[in-house]
Design a protein around this ligand. Structure first.
Ligand code: HEM
Ligand code: HEM
Length: 292
């Protein structure tokens, strides 16, 4: 994946972007020196228009990504072009403004654009760091398999608990119902485990936190140490074994979800910032034509 974004077609879009930068710098260096460079000169308008077209095209990637039937190039090719031309955009716009900034909507557009680009760089970093995970996540493989295995363990645990006193059934059922995977974006990224379980304590039942199935396993170990009868002890040991396997599977599932959340969360900056940029750009262009 990272190979194809960065090196796509022997760095084709890196060369296109460098060519664009070189042409813009050359035109900037050769322009008429009578007026200080700014967005209002002929070159300023040209570079501004080029920048605005690039931004609209970059934002169009959100649409292109979802058109699976389109024949206009591969998504990888588009993404490679997106990254390199998105980076070239910074230079084009800086030259457009003649390196002039102020407390105005023009500079707001520039700042938003830089934030979009920075979030884009973070996205590429994530893609390079976790390319395999991303592919696995994309296909949804692994995830459903883990869930199936956990279901299977749950079913077996219920069966074993059926042959034990009522408290065990409650432990297993509540442990299943109160196991939490996912949750808020932050809970997913932090990989926090907010699971609970209902423990039989004397004649009562108490709800306790059960991260890593720890509380349920401790309770079982305690009962096991008190158990006199070999058959019951064997069933308890089987339950403990099942819960330990479940703990491992849940850990993998949470890690999987955590990675996918990280791979997605940056888009919650990239995309809304792009929308804000488009809005600021429209205001910039309209005010320029109204007041200039
Ligand atoms: C059709 C596209 C565009 C046109 C016609 C245009 C036009 C202009 C004009 C006439 C100016 C001079 C205004 C002044 O000095 O007060 C200007 C300045 C500027 N433009 Fe654009 N522009 C365009 C696209 C963009 C884009 C895409 C960006 C950045 C995202 C941008 C950012 C700026 C900045 C930062 C300035 C300098 C503001 C300052 O001097 O304080 N422009 N633009
Ligand atoms: C002003 C410039 C930019 C705009 C307006 C823009 C806008 C967008 C939009 C709308 C998407 C589609 C997201 C979606 O709908 O899922 C996207 C995707 C993406 N952008 Fe940008 N982008 C810009 C610059 C950049 C830059 C400079 C980089 C990298 C250095 C970058 C990296 C990415 C990546 C990696 C994706 C792919 C996300 C995915 O397929 O999961 N972008 N961008």
């Amino acid at each position: 994946m990272q190979e194809s974004i960065v090196r796509y077609n022997r760095y084709r879009y890196l060369w296109v972007a460098l060519g664009l930068c070189a042409a813009a710098v050359l035109a900037y260096a050769l322009q008429d020196p009578q007026e200080p460079p700014n967005g209002g000169t002929a070159l300023g308008y040209t570079l501004g228009t080029l920048g605005a077209l690039l931004i609209v095209w970059l934002a169009w990637f959100g649409v292109r990504k979802r058109q699976y039937s389109s024949t206009a190039g591969t998504v990888q090719g588009w993404l490679s072009a997106h990254v390199y031309l998105g980076l070239a955009l910074i230079l084009v716009v800086l030259l457009h403004s003649g390196f002039q900034f102020g407390m105005n909507v023009h500079t707001l557009a520039l700042v938003l654009m830089i934030l979009v680009v920075l979030s884009g760089i973070f996205g590429v970093y994530m893609y390079i760091k976790y390319p395999l995970r991303l592919n696995e996540n994309r296909q949804g493989a692994g995830r459903s398999d883990l869930v199936d295995q956990i279901d299977d363990i749950d079913r077996r645990a219920k069966r074993v608990a059926g042959g034990l006193p009522r408290g065990y059934g409650e432990l297993i059922h509540s442990g299943i119902n109160r196991t939490v995977v996912g949750g808020s974006a932050w809970a997913m990224i932090a990989g926090r485990d907010n699971s609970q379980v209902v423990l039989p304590t004397g004649d009562e039942y108490t709800v306790v936190a059960n991260p890593g199935q720890e509380a349920a396993l401790d309770w079982l170990a305690e009962q096991q140490s008190r158990s006199m009868d070999a058959e019951t002890a064997a069933k308890m040991a089987e339950l403990s074994g099942l819960l330990r396997n479940k703990r491992k599977l849940l850990e993998r599932l949470r890690e999987d979800i955590r990675l996918q959340a990280m791979l997605e969360v940056w888009l919650y900056f990239h995309v809304p910032l792009s929308v804000a940029l488009l809005a600021a750009l429209v205001v910039h262009i309209v005010t320029v034509f109204v007041y200039w």
